[in-house]
Design a binder for this molecule. Structure first.
Ligand code: PLP
Length: 474
């Protein structure tokens, strides 16, 4: 493809992208493809000769598009959103055109310094207390792993990096039963062993019980083990429950434990002054992560990771082969030493575009709209006798199920709600996901899509009610 053709096709693609986003409601949110269908439509061998771009694009529309789940569809209510916005997409296009690999300051000074500045902005936007250094990671999962590795190396004085585990460390770690699976994954990858993770009981609101945390820490100390780190969650994946950060932080302080706070989804809410209280106690946190790629209009991937002890982080990861040495030495930040991968994408650009395009106040007003839609939907759910909420709404996630009068058997209720979810998703008009809360199959509906409206949410609710009635049990 020569640059003239590139120019022509890029203009066409820009139009296509704007049309796509404008007309996205015509697509089924969730594709109606069978496993293997797309694979079967793709030739087994790569082309020997180059193909024309129009031909490639025609296949994108014919083969790929029908197999896409439309995450930017306003009726995407599943999981947590991975929402996006036009300025973010434009930045991503530029990022691809620049094609910069931003591992070191020297490999793109602007990328490093822009990252430093936007991370400072983000810290201020969410009101992080005290002094933190920020770095963009690809995901919250990676950030949590980085945090636990830093805790490990700080506690072992870089001994495990040097010699590996001796078998005498006997570290233990703590998170609630509702903490995200990435915590357990990080514990496994960091070599602690899954059995060293204590899953602490939650209360009626699915938030960690601090007394149970302290009891577990003491029991481990008495057993001769070495409590190392606690992970608190602001906004659990199941129900956006908020762990009590201050009492957990106080326990960490009392016992000398590392404290990581995973606010992957809910951290964005702290941009709102009315939700700043979520951060109460964060001055105790050693590390904190939230994902602008979930709810802050910045397309995947972009995870904001903050660390108090920058030196402990860098000492854990730095490695300096001859071919990476640059004359600036320690005078600059080399973000390759702040995480796992050497190579790094230029992710700061999209954050910069998003924050500048909307302004903090513009982002706030979108978040408030999302929260208000959830509040209205909650009223609708409460008004029905055959539906019930299964967890308190802390932000814009609704956890509920259909519960017809007289049907109280848990397994039948679970089957009914599973059928209901499948029926809703099969229509392609809305996409919800589920979890289990205390064994109850729970429908999860999040109103966090960038352009979701109250009408979209009410239409989804009507659909749910109608299908529940259609199942003969609503
Ligand atoms: N932590 C929480 C609370 C989450 O809800 C999620 C994903 O939904 C994650 C961590 C993992 O996020 P990521 O996909 O960025 O690794």
């Amino acid at each position: 493809m020569d640059l003239e053709e590139f120019r022509r096709e890029a203009h066409r693609l820009a139009d296509w992208m704007a049309d796509y986003l404008e007309g996205i409601r015509v697509h089924p949110v969730k594709p109606r493809v069978r496993p293997g269908e797309i694979l079967g439509a793709l030739p087994g061998d790569p082309p020997e000769e180059g193909e024309s771009f129009p031909g490639i694009f025609a296949d994108f529309e014919k083969i790929v598009l029908p197999g896409i789940t439309h995450w930017q569809h306003p009726s995407f209510f599943a999981y947590f959103p991975a929402n996006s916005s036009p300025p973010s997409v434009l930045a991503e296009m530029l990022t691809a055109a620049l094609g910069a690999q931003c591992m070191s300051w020297a490999t793109s000074p602007a990328a490093t310094e822009l990252e430093e500045r936007v991370m400072e902005w983000l810290g201020k936007m969410i009101g992080l207390p005290g002094k933190y250094s920020g770095v963009i990671q690809d995901t919250a999962s990676a950030a949590t792993l980085v945090s636990l590795l830093t805790a490990r190396e700080k506690a072992s004085d870089l001994g495990i990096n040097e010699r590996g585990f001796t078998g005498k460390e006997r570290f233990t770690l703590y998170a609630s039963t509702e903490a995200h699976s990435s915590i357990e994954k990080a514990v496994k990858i960091a070599g602690f062993g899954k059995e060293s993770l204590r899953k602490i009981q939650v209360d009626g609101k699915y938030a960690l019980v601090p007394e149970e945390l302290e009891r577990a820490v003491r029991a481990d100390l008495e057993a001769g083990l070495r409590p190392l780190a606690v992970v608190g969650t602001l906004g659990t994946t199941g129900s956006t429950a908020m762990d009590p950060i201050r009492p957990m932080g106080e326990i960490c302080r009392r016992y000398g434990l590392w404290f990581h706070v995973d606010a992957a989804y809910a951290g964005t809410a702290m941009i709102l002054p009315e939700f700043r209280h979520l951060g109460d106690g964060l001055e105790y946190a050693d590390t904190f992560v939230f994902n602008p790629h979930k709810w802050m209009l910045t397309n995947f991937d972009c995870s904001a990771y903050f660390v108090r002890d920058e030196e402990a982080l860098v000492r854990t990861f730095e490695i300096l082969p001859e071919y990476l040495k640059t004359p600036e030495g320690k005078r600059v930040k080399n973000y390759r030493d702040w995480g796992i991968a050497l190579g790094r994408r230029f992710r700061a650009l999209k954050l910069w575009f998003v924050i500048r395009s909307y302004g903090v106040e513009g982002i706030r007003s979108i978040l408030r709209r999302h929260l208000e839609i959830a509040r209205r939907l909650e009223e609708e759910i409460r008004a029905r006798r055959d539906f019930e909420l299964l967890a308190p709404r802390t932000l814009n996630l609704l956890c509920f199920r259909c519960h017809p009068e007289g049907l109280d058997d848990l397994s039948r209720l679970n089957a009914l709600n599973e059928d209901l979810l499948q029926a809703v998703n099969a229509t392609g008009k809305a996409f919800l996901s589920h979890t289990k809360l205390r064994g109850a199959y729970t429908l999860r509906l999040v109103t966090g899509q960038t352009r979701v409206t109250l009408e979209d949410a009410l239409a989804a609710w009507d659909l749910i009610v109608r299908l529940a009635e259609g199942l003969g049990k609503g």
